[in-house]
Design a protein around this ligand. Structure first.
Ligand SMILES: *[C@@H]1O[C@H](CO)[C@@H](O)[C@H](O)[C@H]1NC(C)=O
Ligand SMILES: *[C@@H]1O[C@H](CO)[C@@H](O)[C@H](O)[C@H]1NC(C)=O
Ligand SMILES: *[C@@H]1O[C@H](CO)[C@@H](O)[C@H](O)[C@H]1NC(C)=O
Length: 506
């Protein structure tokens, strides 16, 4: 070998090394550990558990709580004197200790959708995801056990918000609230039916008996919600409307539940229900709310899911597909059509109201589902004069996930316990107060006040909790008092579970 050749080889080697180093640095900046984030996003639900914790509980700083839930006088059905019904279990919705069944049901529907569509990418987390779902469905089976009655909430928001207390020793009002034939609540009942139906799909592989029980209950509860129509606002508004008021009406939940019942049962009764009642979605279903999706409004989710299930394909044009694509176009930054969202300078999707990352995760989830549907059906979406390829939808959704995990101007992860820098003072009673392990004596209602105002980081790391997130200028104050930004919520995480599973493998 001549000297010249050796030198060349040397140069080539150096070049290769430079390329490797540069691309590794770029990959480190770009590539997140989606598998780790997935594990954590599911683990979070253990921190939200109410009831008797099982030996398999991994988040061990949490203990049993709410063990007498249901054994108090109920409101709503107090007229017929329901006492002593077991309502132990379920989830605290966010940083407080109330079991709000309306958002809890939506959370469960989204967890089940995450598994229904993304199970192949979940690996060993599949089992944990099923456990997270079952924690809710076991509770919903209790809430719907009495024919003609659905429990809508356990715990009283005002009493709860008046205290900064651990769930393990709360002595706030644990009033159960119910809806009934006479005092209906179609939104909360139908969302529970949706959750039960969606969960029955994913439970089949692990336990057919349990899955059948969920589906059968979903049918009964849907029937109740549909036959006795009305909003829980009317009777429970005084208690629910400062927290989870139903602003968008209940037709969306009825249609959404029917769509899930169709997916679970394949019975034409449910697809016909959707086709025959879609016109009731108000404001006119092809206008106003088409781009809303969250614990209150299911509109965009209905259009995306019906498009995917294909039972409206005989309609030409297919109004569900038109609305699904109108929704997609209203989200894509480059689309010339009117926007339903805005973006911070750093790229986070925004909609009005608090806990903004709920919109980022829920909408990204729909984009990804539609990307996979569009890719499978070889469609191109036309947003005005801009043609959009399916891969672009998946990219926009991934950008949201990456922002949440740390690709943002503050270089911080909005998932607790993920990455180097994450929220330290989340608005969460259990996380911010010493655990029972560290402080076994009871903390009274006001006993937690000094912890609330402390500038110290929370003592218990609620691993996997995703907070409301930064403001529209990508700033984050990391303050317990700033709950619209620092509070986690189960419905922020639920759609993220599916997204993380997918990006782990893609
Ligand atoms: C399956 O579900 C049924 C009904 O909930 C339950 O009784 C049974 O123990 C479950 N089986 C297994 C193997 O978990
Ligand atoms: C529920 O109450 C809120 C606040 O009073 C109101 O804006 C909303 O329209 C009501 N929703 C329904 C479905 O009646
Ligand atoms: C975030 O990271 C980028 C790239 O490493 C760096 O240029 C920037 O200064 C960091 N910003 C903050 C607020 O730490």
């Amino acid at each position: 070998m001549t000297m010249v050749k050796m030198k060349r080889i040397g140069v080539v080697l150096v070049l290769i090394m430079v390329v490797v180093v540069v691309s590794e640095a770029a990959a480190a900046a770009r590539r997140h550990d989606y598998g780790d984030a997935l594990t954590k996003s599911i683990l979070f639900f253990e921190g939200q558990r109410s009831g008797k914790l099982p030996p398999s509980q991994r988040m061990t700083w949490r203990k049993d709580s709410g063990l007498r839930d249901g054994f108090h006088k109920s409101i709503g059905e107090s007229q017929i004197g329901i006492r002593h019904i077991d309502l132990v279990g379920g989830y605290y919705d966010a940083g407080d200790n109330v079991k709000f069944n309306f958002p809890m049901a939506f959370t469960t529907t989204m967890l089940a959708w995450s598994v229904a569509d993304f199970k192949p990418f979940m690996g060993t987390e599949h089992q944990h995801a099923l456990e997270a779902i079952k924690w809710a469905t076991d509770y919903f089976l209790k809430c719907t056990r009495m024919p003609g009655v659905v429990f809508a909430q356990v715990g009283e928001g005002f009493s709860d918000h008046n205290c900064w207390q651990r769930p393990e020793d709360m002595d706030t009002l644990r009033t159960p609230f119910a809806v009934s034939k006479k005092f209906p609540g179609s939104e909360v009942s139908a969302e529970m039916a949706a959750a039960l139906a969606a969960s029955s799909i994913v439970m089949r592989t692990s336990n057919r008996t349990y899955a059948a029980r969920l589906l059968s209950r979903a049918k009964t509860v849907f029937d109740f919600a549909n036959t006795y129509q009305g909003s829980y606002n009317a009777t429970l508004g005084k208690w629910v409307c400062s927290f989870y008021c139903d602003y968008s009406g209940y037709q969306d939940e009825l249609l959404w539940a029917a769509t899930w019942l169709f997916r679970a049962s394949k019975l034409p009764y449910y697809s016909n229900y959707v086709l025959n009642n879609i016109h009731k979605l108000d404001p006119p279903y092809n206008g106003g709310n088409f781009a809303e999706f969250g614990w209150d409004a299911k509109h965009a989710g209905i259009h995306i899911l019906v498009s995917k299930l294909g039972f409206a394909n005989h309609l030409q044009p297919n109004p569900f597909l038109i609305n699904a694509e109108k929704f997609v176009c209203s989200v894509l930054p480059e689309s010339p059509t009117p926007k339903s969202v805005s973006y911070s300078p750093g790229g986070l999707l925004f909609k009005a109201g608090g806990s903004n990352i709920q919109h980022s995760t829920a909408i990204s989830f729909l984009l990804l589902v539609h990307a996979r549907f569009t890719s499978g059906s070889k469609r191109t979406i036309q947003c005005g004069n801009v043609a959009v390829k399916p891969n672009r939808l998946a990219q926009v959704a991934k950008r949201q996930v990456d922002y949440i995990l740390g690709d943002n101007p503050l270089n911080m992860s909005y998932m607790v316990g993920y990455g180097k820098k994450y929220p330290q003072r989340i608005h969460h009673r259990a996380s911010s107060l010493p655990s029972i392990n560290a402080y076994p004596r009871k903390l009274q209602c006001q006993g937690g006040t000094s912890y609330f105002f402390s500038s110290k980081p929370n003592p218990n790391i609620l691993v996997g909790a995703v907070v409301g997130g930064p403001d529209i200028n990508d700033r984050y104050s990391d303050s317990r008092a700033d709950f619209p930004h620092s509070e986690p919520a189960t419905y922020i995480n639920a759609p993220l579970v599916g997204l993380l599973a997918f990006y782990k493998d893609h």
